[in-house]
Design a binder for this molecule. Structure first.
Ligand SMILES: C[S@@+](CC[C@H](N)C(=O)[O-])C[C@H]1O[C@@H](n2cnc3c(N)ncnc32)[C@H](O)[C@@H]1O
Length: 163
């Protein structure tokens, strides 16, 4: 498969996962949290999907176009190692949906970041909230949810944060 086809497949899968997860949170109360603003593509899609939810984005080096950057009250700047442990004081409530998109292509770094995220989920997630991640996450309270049809296993990971 060409790199272009692979990129298209990844982005289509990401869009389908975001849409499934946005629908899945239903009546679960709480904001949306995104880890990794990047160029703001998924933040922009989430705010279109969930216009009535507050979206808080954690990012160490915000560098997206202003139009795809949350306002200062919803942008939590700094490394996740410093910000996630303080999530309870930074967020108004526990999150109904967490989207984590932190992959940098270095497997060792991504695994360390995924472990850091997993160990802080209890500070972030509401009971029965949904976690969508580009990396596999391991925690006793994470229950895997099936991916949308046509999304290849291992491309994304969806979980419910059990009660
Ligand atoms: C793949 S990009 C996110 C792409 C974004 N979701 C989009 O659609 O444009 C990953 C982002 O995660 C951020 N990131 C990775 N590790 C981080 C960490 N430990 N703390 C804070 N931000 C981190 C990077 O700076 C980068 O902006």
């Amino acid at each position: 498969m060409s790199r272009l086809d692979s990129f298209i497949r990844r982005i289509v899968a990401q869009k389908k996962c975001l849409e499934q997860c946005a629908a899945a949170i239903g009546q679960t109360k709480g904001p949306v949290v995104e880890l990794g603003l990047g160029n703001g593509r998924t933040f922009d899609h989430l705010r279109e999907l969930l216009p009535d939810r507050e979206i808080f984005v954690f990012e160490r080096r915000p560098n997206a176009h202003a139009a795809s950057t949350p306002d200062a009250a919803h942008l939590i700047e700094g490394d996740l190692a410093l910000t996630l442990p303080k999530a309870q004081s930074l967020l108004p409530a526990r999150a109904a949906l967490l989207h984590s998109d932190i992959g940098c292509g270095d497997a060792a770094i991504d695994a360390r970041t995924a472990a850091l995220i997993a160990e802080n989920l209890a500070r972030v997630m509401a009971s029965r909230g949904v976690v969508l991640s580009d990396q596999p996450l391991t925690h006793a309270r994470l229950e895997p949810i099936a991916l949308p049809e046509d999304v290849e296993e291992g491309r994304y990971f969806i979980y419910e944060w059990s009660a």
